[in-house]
Design a protein around this ligand. Structure first.
Ligand code: UD1
Length: 358
């Protein structure tokens, strides 16, 4: 029986786990889930994982917050110990968080084969920690799984073509699995009676002290919207919101706790449009056919923008209002096809068999 370890650490990584976990288990593999503890608040971690079909971690490294170096180093030390004990046939990790890079470092040192999901994405900005995490992981792992054709092109141009396969986006597989189970309780809880927008914000470029101007522009825009904006507040954004809450307290922005995954899908299904700086939520918005304003300066999912399926907001471009006016309803089916049509899991199982991993 093959032993497969999956490592997760931050909220966006949990939703990529269930379909591949199930497929590996059905094939007869032992699947061991390790949570690094990079995210730890109940709203960012435990509550979320418990919604996702038995995605309860067997290990939690409990590393918590810290500087990037501290987080990475703590994970390296603790994960190494567990991987030596568990001795898996291979390890799977996804994305671009500090948990991702730490996993790549440990597996490279222990010479345990590593599969990197969401490989090949680039925003070409090395000032961002995620870009460094992506590049280093893609070059340390044995198998890169690209979610979209452009990511595959990036891997080929960096000399990783032989170790890479285009399989599609796991988030789409899991989105299709959970979308019908969306939980609409948030609509009642916030007493929403008509159309509304859905907003999330967590990136340093929108929430940190140095980004105050940008944060205020986004909040001013949201507070002037014709319909209320539901705004679950991420822990990173909490302090900023507390600082300015009285300026936006007229009920046009409906502040709430971070939502679980099924509740996020409920808000997505019920809302009119999405404003977000989350790479995951912006893809899910477009797959749901919802107009989406991406509150990023730069993005790794260029294809959404190139086809005009979403709009990006950078302060040297048109105002938020103009960007919002330019939004159109994305062709959900067509976009889903570009992201693998929900076949990332089955494509990956084929790749793992073909390459002799299973
Ligand atoms: C990490 C990922 C980023 C991802 C984001 C999703 C890296 C380099 N970056 O960002 O790609 O989009 O997670 O959220 O790994 N906090 C809590 N409880 C928690 C987690 C965080 O209170 O469970 C607070 C802490 O004060 C922490 C701050 O929020 O310092 C930042 O959290 P977050 O933005 O999630 O973490 P990053 O590591 O910056």
């Amino acid at each position: 029986m093959k032993k497969v370890v999956r490592v997760v650490g931050a909220r966006p990584q949990y939703m990529q786990v269930p379909t591949l976990k199930k497929a590996l288990e059905e094939f007869g593999c032992k699947h061991i889930l390790i949570h690094t503890g990079q995210h730890y608040s109940p709203s960012m971690s435990g509550n979320l994982l418990s919604e996702l079909d038995n995605a309860i971690p067997q290990y939690n490294l409990g590393v918590g917050s810290g500087t990037h170096g501290q987080m990475t180093a703590r994970i390296v030390e603790k994960l190494e110990e567990i991987l030596i004990e568990v001795h898996p046939d291979f390890v799977i990790v996804d994305g671009d968080t500090n948990s991702t890079l730490a996993t790549a470092l440990v597996t490279a040192k222990l010479r345990i084969p590593l599969v990197h999901i969401e490989a090949g994405l680039r925003d070409f900005d090395r000032n961002r920690p995620e870009e460094i995490n992506r590049i280093l992981t893609d070059h340390a792992c044995e198998l890169c799984l690209a979610p979209i054709p452009r990511a595959m092109q990036n891997l080929i141009s960096e000399g990783r073509g032989d170790a890479s396969e285009l399989v599609g986006d796991f988030l789409l597989d899991n989105y299709l699995k959970y979308y019908p189970r969306a939980d609409f309780r948030i609509v009642d809880r916030l007493k929403i009676r008509g159309p509304f927008g859905f907003m999330t914000l967590h990136r340093p470029e929108n929430t940190d002290e140095w980004a105050l101007g940008r944060f205020q522009e986004i909040m001013n825009f949201a507070s002037k919207s014709e319909v209320p904006i539901v705004f679950p507040v991420h822990p990173r954004t909490e302090a900023r919101v507390r600082q300015f809450r009285q300026d936006y307290g007229d009920g046009s922005i409906l502040f709430c706790e971070p939502t679980g995954y099924l509740e996020t899908l409920g808000a997505l299904r019920a809302c009119q449009f999405v404003l977000t700086d989350s790479g995951g939520l912006s893809r899910e918005a477009v797959w749901s056919g919802k107009p989406c304003l991406m509150l990023f300066r730069k993005d790794t999912w260029h294809d959404l923008l190139e086809h005009n399926w979403a709009q990006i907001f950078s302060e040297d471009g048109p105002s938020l209002m103009d960007k919002f006016a330019a939004l159109s309803v994305p062709p959900a089916e067509e976009v889903r096809r570009m992201f693998g049509g929900g076949n990332a899991t089955s494509n990956t199982m084929d790749v793992l068999k073909k390459r002799g991993w299973l």
